[in-house]
Ligand binder design. Structure first.
Ligand code: SF4
Length: 346
């Protein structure tokens, strides 16, 4: 059953673009290209809601995460957090806001300082934001966080290399939670972990979200990972949003041909079922983000493209059911997923 979420968005991202200049060649003969990592992305997020963000590597997911957190200044657009425009805040004001917005990184071990004890790693944000806290108060809070994420508080003086990958990710989650944030961005938090451990971390995040009424943005490169945690899913391709749909609708009847290909690419554990499913329909590789195709950025791989797609950029439009898609042909295409794919996606 779909989790109930409050209706008013806590986060509103509007027309966000992040561009980088990339220099090529020698000092004497250099050329500058503009890499449009994120290009006009808009979405909102409600309290207690999880938005899955999915796309192949290079589609701009991680850049989007950093722009939302204010770690990268956007080239254009706004990030509204509880009605305040973060993109306009000075560094000091933004730093204070960051207490409410935290991130969990992809590589659990690499993201933890190997020379610090687990206790110090989790306590560090508290020392930074509340330098006057008493040592005993901080230790009590850290031990409480360790318990909450399924670690033994008596391991407080151990070092990251003494823990498994899944335990290191629990340490990263405890550190992200220690300041009582309202939003956590999980940037591929399980992609470096074994499948069985992935499920444990996803279940932990779901439990914590329920307990703490957290809003989550959960980034992954394939749809199978986000399915079990997301209320809605945003699909990105070459810096643009292709679709934003509720989880139920997206896996059953995607609105965009790219989403349909991603759903068909979800691994199916049963080899018999896997043989029955149709091809994803995708042709070729993703073009370089340094030279985006004109028109619909997906047209070079889309099996449904028409002439218009080569020059006319499709806007992200709201459909009758409230979901969003950026495709000229959404209304005329029926991309319903037949049984074998559903079997694998479940
Ligand atoms: Fe395919 Fe055209 Fe739709 Fe793009 S706009 S997804 S190329 S049909």
């Amino acid at each position: 059953m779909k989790r109930r979420t409050e209706e008013r968005p806590v986060l509103r991202v509007q027309d966000l673009s992040v561009h980088f200049e990339v220099h090529e060649g020698s000092l004497l003969r250099s050329r500058t290209h503009v890499l449009k990592a994120v290009n006009g992305v808009s979405f909102d997020l409600r309290a207690g809601e999880t938005l899955g963000v999915v796309g192949e590597s290079g589609c701009g997911k991680s850049t989007l995460a950093r722009a939302v957190l204010g770690l990268i200044r956007p080239h254009r657009g706004r990030v509204m957090w509880l009605g305040e425009n973060l993109s306009e805040l000075e560094e000091e004001a933004l730093r204070k806001r960051r207490k409410e917005l935290q991130i969990v990184f992809q590589d659990p071990l690499a993201s933890l300082n190997p020379r610090m004890t687990v206790g110090d790693i989790i306590a560090e944000p508290l020392w930074t934001f509340f330098p006057k806290f008493a040592k005993v108060q901080v230790e009590e809070r850290v031990r409480g966080m360790m318990k909450m994420v399924g670690l033994l508080p008596n391991q407080i003086n151990r070092y990251p290399h003494e823990f498994s990958g899944g335990q290191c990710q629990r340490i990263g989650i405890a550190r992200a939670l220690v300041l009582n944030p309202k939003l956590i961005i999980c940037d591929e938090p399980v992609s470096a972990l074994d499948v069985s451990i992935q499920a444990q971390i996803i279940n932990l995040l779901k439990d914590l979200q329920k307990k703490l009424n957290l809003s989550l943005i959960f980034i992954a490169h394939d749809l199978s990972v986000v399915k079990h945690i997301s209320d809605r899913v945003m699909v990105m391709y070459l810096g643009r949003t292709m679709e934003i749909s509720t989880r139920e609708a997206l896996y059953r009847k995607p609105l965009h041909p790219y989403t349909s290909a991603l759903v068909k690419a979800v691994p199916i554990p049963d080899p018999k079922m896997a043989r029955l499913r149709p091809d994803t329909g995708l042709t070729g590789d993703m073009p370089s983000p340094l030279s985006l195709p004109p028109g619909c950025v997906f047209h070079t791989r889309c099996p449904y493209k028409v002439k218009r797609c080569q020059f006319d950029v499709p806007a992200l439009r709201r459909m009758e059911n409230g979901d969003w898609a950026a495709c000229h042909r959404t209304e005329e295409l029926d991309l319903t997923i037949s049984k074998p794919e559903n079997g694998g996606a479940d």
